[in-house]
Design a protein around this ligand. Structure first.
Ligand code: DON
Length: 599
């Protein structure tokens, strides 16, 4: 394995974690990493698009948000209405979700944000967690060489958190509203409390039960009522410790998370829980501004996440196959179309698992993996009449299954046409199930995204290789795929999803529904999904998948299984309606909570 000092993806900018100072500018900053898109045409005027009236759909002409939780959506919309731009709203939403949606919203995790400005500039902000300095390749193996649960539960599972640094970098680059103003709504939600809906009451109860089962009783009091009972639907839930932490970030700036009194408290808290974080780990964390991965699909430009996410490369491979095999000529939602898609996914995920990792630590052949010549060769082995066994694509066997976990994706667009696709996570629902004492900060279990035991499946059943083995300061491979679609130089859609390994196939199916078949976004989001990830060699499906598709796939030689939770992804997305140029925001409410708002 080669360690390389330079960055694979032309990282031209880097800030020391949290060095942002609050400032106000009138426009999203022009100091972005990439050149403006050529041939941009003047922005067409917008009128209100039609709405299906389905739950979770909102239409507007000035701005829109789609998130996993109603309070967070309200926060985002209020920022837009008060003249903040899409990045301002995204920052406020991310902090709000850390309070109201602890399944995945976080301060103690990490993620990716793809920003595209109305001027056509774009940047991919990488605030993925890194392995602690004390991490070692075999840290999750027992004496007999078997994988333990430590990469999933407890403080040892936590990578060094990047969220606060990432949001600070986004603010530094694009923010218009003062930093403290963007934290204020989250502080109010935590300090004064917010009313918990039925979905979150149930999730909080389940998390407390899981914490107790895992022996983390010390963290349960954050998620129950004062008398120790479960927080009921309709109850007001206050989080004073988290409020204090957010207040420190508001008054002292993001750097407080990485150096100083709060940082010391975080490190002491993690240590008390048996974790290995040090002051040096926090002080040396950097969020990165990377050049997005861009490619064209049926004449549109796709702007998406490069490594250390595999999402962009896998999306390119899936969409290349779609174009190459003329998948749009197959009837939409037919076994034939599903078969070709699944066969492309089988091949793309085999590449993902073998080749992709943190580009600062492993040489990732991005150019080859995304090149037409390579993909033409690779995808030409698809047999339109029969499933190719995964063993024939690449040797290996696994018995993992696609589990239900939580990450969260949200999308924002503003009046000027700036757009943000943000996916961030604690990895599993409620992350490592432990809160750093004295901070209210729930820790992630992102270390499980490394190949803790190369060749063996992780919690998503992904069988990953040595390039993604654990090394200090390395970013673990991700599937998160925040994506922006551009048509004729204008914003067309803001897409993304949680769902572990299923994230990228979810985004690819959304792109195909919108672009290949011209479906409105709400229909595209509602449509049942399929997934294949090379290993295990099976098609995962949702409960609502049309039986004819499942039967047709079986007839073509596929093993078809229901995804463990019966659902795949949770895509809170926005499109620009091609007819009216107005915004249609869609929350994926048939698969969980969520709220889309527009004005
Ligand atoms: O980065 C990744 O690919 C995973 N940590 C994402 C986890 C996830 O999506 C869980 N949620 N549904």
């Amino acid at each position: 394995m080669t360690r390389r000092a330079h960055l694979q993806c032309a990282v031209v900018l880097l800030i020391v974690a949290g060095c942002s100072t609050p400032r106000a500018t009138n426009e999203p900053s022009a100091r972005t990493a990439s050149a403006a898109v050529a041939h941009e045409s003047p922005r067409p005027s917008r009128t209100l698009p039609s709405s299906s009236g389905q739950p979770g759909v909102a239409v507007g002409v000035h701005g829109a948000v789609a998130t996993a939780e109603a309070n967070a959506s309200k926060v985002g919309l209020a920022v837009l209405e008060a003249g903040g731009n899409a990045v301002d709203a995204a920052i406020a939403i991310a902090f709000a979700l850390a309070v109201t949606h602890p399944l995945a919203g976080n301060l103690g995790g990490g993620g990716f944000m793809v920003v595209r400005t109305a001027r056509g500039e774009s940047v991919a902000i990488d605030y993925r967690e890194v392995a602690p300095l004390a991490a070692t390749r075999d840290m999750y193996l027992d004496a007999a060489g078997n994988l333990t649960h430590d990469s999933v539960n407890g403080a040892r599972a936590a990578g060094i958190a990047g969220t606060v640094a990432g949001l600070a970098l986004a603010h530094e680059r694009f923010g218009k509203k003062p930093w403290a103003q963007l934290l204020a709504p989250a502080i109010a939600l935590a300090r004064n409390g917010h009313v918990v809906d039925a979905y979150h009451a149930d999730e909080l109860k389940k998390a407390v039960e899981r914490m107790r089962k895992a022996g983390f009783d010390g963290s349960t009091h954050y998620y129950v009522a004062d008398d120790g009972s479960y927080i009921a639907e309709g109850a007001t839930w206050k989080q004073p410790e988290l409020a204090s932490t957010l207040e420190q970030l508001a008054t002292q700036g993001a750097h407080a998370f990485y150096a100083g009194e709060l940082a010391q408290r975080i490190v002491a808290g993690v240590k008390a829980l048996g974790g290995v974080w040090t002051a040096e780990d926090l002080a040396s964390y950097h969020a990165l501004a990377r050049e997005p991965l861009r490619f064209s699909y049926l004449g549109r430009e796709v702007v998406t996440m490069p490594p250390p996410s595999a999402g962009g490369i896998v999306l390119r491979q899936l969409l290349f196959a779609s174009e190459e095999w003329h998948m749009r000529e197959q009837p939409w939602r037919s076994p034939e179309a599903a078969h070709l898609f699944v066969e492309a996914a089988r091949r793309a995920y085999a590449d993902r698992n073998a080749w992709i990792a943190d580009p600062d630590f492993a040489s990732v052949p991005v150019a080859t993996l995304t090149s037409s010549a390579y993909l033409h060769e690779r995808m030409s082995t698809i047999d339109p009449a029969h499933a190719t066994p995964s063993s024939a694509i690449k040797a290996g066997a696994a018995n993992g299954a696609v589990e239900s976990h939580e990450t969260t994706h949200f999308s924002v667009v503003d009046d000027a046409g700036n757009a943000v696709a943000n996916t961030y996570t604690l990895n599993a629902s409620f992350g490592a199930l432990v809160v750093a004492p004295g901070t209210g900060i729930l820790l992630n279990d992102e270390m499980d995204d490394f190949a803790s035991q190369p060749g063996k499946p992780n919690q998503f059943g992904l069988v990953q290789g040595e390039r993604n083995e654990i090394e200090p300061k390395k970013r673990m491979l991700s599937s998160m795929t925040p994506t922006i679609i551009v048509e004729n130089g204008q914003l067309r859609a803001v897409l993304g999803s949680p769902g572990g390994a299923t994230i990228t196939t979810t985004v690819a199916q959304l792109v195909r529904a919108l672009i290949d078949y011209g479906e409105p976004l709400d229909a595209a989001v509602r449509a049942p999904r399929v997934h294949h990830q090379w290993l295990p060699d099976q098609v995962s499906t949702e409960t609502e998948l049309e039986p004819a598709i499942a039967d047709g796939l079986r007839a073509l030689g596929h093993t078809v299984n229901l995804a463990t939770s019966g659902r795949i992804g949770h895509a809170n997305c926005i499109e620009v309606d091609p007819a009216t140029h107005g915004y249609r925001a869609v929350a994926d409410v048939t698969r969980g909570d969520g709220s889309a708002l527009a004005y």
